[in-house]
Design a protein around this ligand. Structure first.
Ligand code: SIN
Length: 398
């Protein structure tokens, strides 16, 4: 038996009576539950998403040029009424980040609903939709294009089908090696392509094929609004004065070492370490454990210390994070400006196949007059703010 493969057999006991239904009584483990083991789906040449499997073509593209970006979230209703009125259920995962909506078909939204969706993603960081049967890759691209010009990745896989060069393919096959030990867990946290001058905003990821429930492969998001709010007012002010270097060099180098083509020359860009979101008006950290190599204008020891502090906040603070367990057909839609994310390993030997579409957004900027999420929610709803002055009696761990 292949590792992880579970034979499905229900034990039955025969009892001699006339009624057959009453005679067959399940005994023992009727749920076929085996701790740490899930049934592995066999995929053959009739795989439904063969055209969306990965390829790495030997092609090159010119450097990106500036693009106008008008955030559709600015047109959204303040209470998201067009979107929420169509939903059968909506709930937050926690007060800071993550919302799940049921009963909404992403393939059939009106423009008013799309604007509300953008505004909701900007507000909540990431929004989840279950079982989006109608939302194929063409619909996914069409919705992405409504939000802005689609970004084409310079190194990662694109689908086999021609004409989908702006779709990023996530693919782990049944025989793929588990590479997690090559990276620190903090490094695996990232936001996408922040080395670009206009890094993406609204980003959708649809899982086409993945481990069954309990098989692993969850994705986690970490809010940069909430990360900013974890800092003292002194540190917030200090970081607001700094810029960070985001570099594509390592990604390009890894691609070349694998013998693949880097389709666009890698770029290195300085961005503010704290930015303002044009829709919510909230400040957020703009830090990326995966691509930030240096804080500008400070000694290396200090730069390393800031990077280590921010890595820790992003990667290890449960209350700024949300974790999503996927089913096939589910879609996560996040705002890449204000969230880092990390996939999780440990789901072998299941196939995990997903497609991602994102659009290029504004060049990051900081409006010093903008406020934080926590300040805004506290003023609006009287939510108590964290005590950050270090006072208080510590008696936590049990
Ligand atoms: C990504 O890093 O964009 C994909 C995340 C995932 O595979 O869950």
């Amino acid at each position: 038996m292949a590792p992880g493969l579970v034979e499905t057999a229900i034990e039955v006991t025969q009892v001699a009576t006339k009624d057959l239904k009453a005679t067959v009584k399940p005994t023992g483990n009727i749920h076929n539950y085996v701790p740490g083991r899930t049934t592995v789906k066999k995929h053959d040449e009739t795989y439904k998403y063969e055209d969306l499997r990965p390829r790495f073509p030997d092609i090159t593209w010119p450097a990106l040029t500036p693009v106008e970006y008008n955030d559709k979230g600015l047109l959204g209703d303040a209470n998201f009424k067009n979107l929420i009125s169509a939903a059968t259920d909506v709930f937050d995962y926690n007060p800071k980040v993550g919302t799940e909506i049921h009963g909404v078909d992403l393939a059939n939204l009106t423009d008013l609903q799309k604007n509300d969706l953008a505004r909701l993603i900007a507000t909540r960081g990431v929004v989840f939709f279950r079982d989006q049967k109608n939302f194929g890759v063409d619909e996914q691209r069409a919705l992405g294009k409504y939000f802005g010009e689609l970004h084409s990745h310079a190194t990662t896989a694109m689908p086999r089908r021609e004409g989908l060069e702006d779709v990023h393919v996530v693919y782990t096959g049944e025989d793929s090696p588990d590479l997690r030990a090559l990276f620190t867990p903090t490094f695996l946290w990232h936001s996408d392509v922040t080395y670009e001058e206009q890094p993406p905003s609204y980003t959708s990821l649809k899982v086409l094929s993945g481990p069954p429930r309990g098989g692993g492969g969850d994705t986690l998001w970490s809010s940069q609004y909430a990360a900013y709010d974890m800092l003292s007012p002194y540190m917030q002010k200090y970081l607001e004065s700094l810029t960070a270097i985001h570099s594509a060099d390592l990604q390009a180098q890894g691609t070349r070492e694998l013998g693949r083509t880097v389709r666009r020359e890698p770029v290195t860009t300085a961005h503010p370490l704290v930015r303002t979101h044009p829709v919510t008006g909230w400040k957020s950290l703009f830090f990326n454990p995966g691509f930030v190599t240096k804080i500008v204008g400070v000694p290396k020891t200090e730069s390393d210390a800031i990077i280590a502090l921010l890595n820790e906040i992003v990667a290890t603070s449960p209350e700024v994070q949300v974790r999503f367990q996927w089913n096939e057909g589910d879609v996560a839609f996040w705002d890449n400006r204000v969230c880092n994310h990390s996939a999780s390993y440990g789901f072998a030997p299941h196939r995990r196949h997903a497609v991602r579409v994102c659009c290029r957004a504004e060049r990051p900027y900081l409006d010093p007059e903008s406020k934080s999420q926590e300040d805004d929610l506290s003023a609006r709803y009287g939510i108590p703010k964290a005590n950050k002055d270090g006072s208080g009696i510590v008696n936590y761990n049990d």
